[in-house]
Write a protein that binds this ligand. Structure first.
Ligand SMILES: [Zn+2]
Length: 327
């Protein structure tokens, strides 16, 4: 196994492997980044590197590496959130565990995959663990929202920031690990916004939906000439609002409109999200007579409104947390 094979920002993989090789790894690590950017895969690789008995850790093949990968190693413990929260009892149990000697390895590795879910008591208990680090425990916190962690927790950890994955890397992983056909892997990678998890979870007909959006817009332009625009708008809205969630057709519509605007202004085809639609979209933008920028703004606002109720609790948590945490 090599660090270069990990599905993550290659810069982070290089930094981490250099720290491990030179023994400069802090006993408290914080891996931050959007979902699907490889934080968990990297945390597992760090645990393997620390517990591996091969000549070039992590070898990926020894008994220890294999047991870490399958979650069966006694010195590798994952503290999943219990429902919505990481509870104080879990944080206290983690603290107690770090006081014990490792079972087999020279260290124990404790992983908290959703550190932003620690409640206040749990955060304080964890902070005490960080303030008095055990010589034989390494703690790895993962988070999509570092601003939700206590600043004192953040400052005591060595932080690594994961950027969205390049589309080419997402495509390669889909083809190599997931057996996804090349053409499908290409569009999934393009629409994934740097997240392997999103690339995998996109519905199979997502690209077809974008093509349907483009065809429908073209047909609406024809209907506009014939004075039947209102009816065709009602038809399309009815058809697309039967989609669940309604975000999907709106997102595709926004992407197609952005591509149209870019194509109209002569952007290179390979910079478009839907290069195969490029010339058609460019012509369409010409016929939209200046309404495209305002339409794009309206779509962005509509998507914002749609997403708000779903992500409401996270937004509220983040705002309140900013308000309540002392700097
Ligand atoms: Zn190994």
């Amino acid at each position: 196994m090599s660090w270069a094979d990990l599905p993550c920002d290659p810069r982070v993989a290089r930094e981490l492997s250099a720290c491990l090789r030179s023994n400069r790894l802090s006993p408290s690590l914080l891996l931050c980044g959007p979902p699907g950017t490889g934080k968990r895969a990297v945390a597992v690789a760090v645990a393997q590197a620390l517990l591996c008995l091969g000549t070039e850790p992590p070898c990926g093949n020894c008994k220890h590496c294999r047991r870490v990968a399958s979650g069966q190693h006694p010195d590798f413990k994952v503290w999943e959130a219990d429902g919505r929260e990481v509870r104080v009892e879990q944080a206290r149990a983690l603290r107690a565990a770090t006081r014990l000697r490792p079972f087999e390895g020279r260290v124990q590795v404790h992983l908290v995959p959703e550190a932003e879910r620690m409640n206040e008591e749990a955060s304080n208990a964890l902070l005490r663990t960080l303030e008095e680090p055990s010589p034989h425990a390494v703690l790895i916190l993962l988070t999509i929202a570092p601003s939700l962690l206590l600043p004192t927790i953040r400052s005591r950890c060595q932080s690594f920031r994961f950027r969205p994955l390049p589309a080419r890397m997402v495509q390669e992983r889909l083809e190599k690990d997931g057996g996804v056909p090349a053409e499908e892997a290409r569009w999934r990678a393009r629409l994934a916004r740097g997240s392997l998890a999103r690339a995998r979870s996109l519905p199979a007909d997502e690209i077809e939906l974008a093509h349907d959006v483009a065809r429908t817009l073209e047909s609406m332009l024809e209907q506009r000439i014939r004075g039947r625009l209102a009816a065709s708008i009602v038809d399309a809205a009815e058809r697309w609002s039967s989609e669940t969630p309604a975000e999907r057709p709106l997102e595709r519509l926004l992407e197609v409109c952005r591509d149209a605007l870019l194509a109209h202004h002569g952007a290179p085809v390979d910079s478009l999200l839907y290069p195969e639609l490029g010339p058609r979209l460019g012509r369409m933008a010409g016929r939209l007579a200046g309404t495209l920028p305002a339409g794009i703004q309206r779509l962005e606002a509509a998507l914002g409104d749609l997403r708000r109720p779903m992500k409401g609790n996270l937004l509220i948590e983040e705002s309140l947390s900013t308000l309540m945490h002392r700097p």
